[in-house]
Design a protein around this ligand. Structure first.
Ligand SMILES: [Zn+2]
Length: 192
């Protein structure tokens, strides 16, 4: 991967070391999201129970049902679970972690989730791959890679209504995020 910066290195300007990270809110099992679990050895991983069950099980019965999932990431999250450090989120959930709400329905993967985070006066919604780009929002278009386009679009609408302002719905893969919010380091913006 070109210009890859390992996540612990990306966090370093905040003075946060790999072992300081206590919780990872994992939106789905694709390699470009789950691939860094092993870099944060002491963290608890929060994942949808259905996502975990599917990609540690039935998804591997057919060649066509685990695209984008790296077997090493599956082994890593199973290992983390045997250490008692995986928390299973069951559907929409705003009780398990103070200030955090999880939501499903994007169907980017089997049970991909989005995350709402209360930051001061605002609820910021991190769509992750349930909404790749600002263009999805502007054109009211489902993402190309979803198991259910109707459910994806309804979930985009729900994420937009949950965010305290439209600008606080953050797409998963749009570099424009780095133009729309103030930088506190070269690769870190403050969402406020
Ligand atoms: Zn993905």
């Amino acid at each position: 991967m070109k210009d890859y910066v390992p996540p612990p290195e990306a966090l370093a300007p905040l003075g946060i070391g790999a072992n300081d990270v206590t919780d990872i809110l994992l939106t789905h099992m694709h390699w470009d999201h789950a691939g860094g679990i092993d870099l944060f050895p002491s963290a608890r991983v929060w994942i949808q129970k259905d996502e975990y069950d599917y990609y540690t099980g039935e998804a591997w019965s057919s060649r066509t049902t685990h695209g984008g999932i790296d077997a090493d990431d599956v082994l890593e999250i199973v290992k983390r679970n045997t250490q008692g450090k995986v928390s299973f989120v069951k559907g929409d959930d705003d009780k398990s972690l103070p200030g955090i709400r999880f939501g499903i329905g994007g169907r980017h993967t089997w049970a991909s989730q989005f995350v709402g985070a209360q930051t001061g006066a605002h609820l910021v919604v991190l769509a992750s791959d349930n909404m790749y780009l600002y263009e999805n929002l502007e054109r009211h278009a489902p993402i190309a890679q979803t198991l259910d386009a109707g459910s994806n679009l309804r979930t985009q609408d729900r994420m937009r209504s949950l965010a305290s302002e439209p600008r606080f719905l953050i797409p998963g893969h749009d570099p424009a995020v780095f133009d729309r919010f103030p930088h506190i380091a070269e690769r870190i913006v403050r969402i406020e």
